[in-house]
Design a protein around this ligand. Structure first.
Ligand code: G3D
Ligand code: MG
Length: 182
């Protein structure tokens, strides 16, 4: 017999799929490593294939497992990427504050992703804030985020600044959204 009648099943862990997107070398793999392993490795090699990592967390008393998809690639490979996005609950769209061109592509990443993962939550991330930025991204970033009803974070995968908070906020937003029944 199961314990269904007397409450939640013993294993009530909630599984959420999130994708980490953005141009080459913005710090996607480093962010995941920092969050999952709490380490930063300068020698970390460029991701060779899609890698899926899991991380458990407790949010507002609920046990959540993030299934984190580190997707390799280029904004041009939209068709191939689409299948990876399927079933996602959220995504980080990352750019590098030292490379303006990586910011110019954030809307493309967001649109491409949302086309497949309809209703998923987004967070825009300005990464590498331990370095001096080469352009004024603040106002532009907030503008884009507003359009997608998304939050924004300024992180450093190198120092770890704001990385954990960004993941926590994405988790909270996903849970809040889903509980509205949409
Ligand atoms: P990607 O997965 O988006 O392609 P990576 O990016 O995580 O592989 O990172 C690309 C390069 O940026 C790596 O340097 C990595 O160490 C560096 N990097 C990532 N995040 C940060 C950060 O927050 N601050 C700084 N200073 N560097 C960062 P290399 O030299 O190995 O190419
Ligand atoms: Mg990578």
């Amino acid at each position: 017999m199961t314990n269904r009648g007397i409450g939640l099943p013993a294993n009530s862990r909630i599984l959420k799929k999130i994708c980490v997107l953005g141009d080459f070398a913005v710090g996607k793999t480093s962010m995941i490593r920092r969050y999952v392993l709490d380490e930063f490795d300068d020698r970390y090699i460029t991701t060779l294939g899609t890698k899926i990592t899991k991380k458990n967390m407790n949010l507002e008393g609920r046990d959540l497992t993030f299934q984190i998809w580190d997707i390799v690639g280029n904004i041009k490979f939209t068709k191939i990427q689409g299948q990876y996005y399927q079933g996602s609950d959220g995504a980080f769209i990352i750019f590098d504050v030292t490379r303006r061109d990586t910011f110019d592509n954030v809307s493309k990443w967001a649109d491409m992703f949302l086309e497949v993962a309809k209703g998923a939550r987004l967070i825009f991330i300005a990464n590498k804030v331990d370095l001096d930025s080469t352009f004024d991204f603040e106002a532009m970033m907030e503008d884009v985020a507003k359009r997608y009803n998304a939050a924004t974070f300024r992180t450093s995968a190198k120092t770890g600044a704001q990385v954990e908070d960004a993941f926590k906020t994405l988790g909270e937003r996903i849970l809040a959204h889903k509980s509205k029944g949409t």
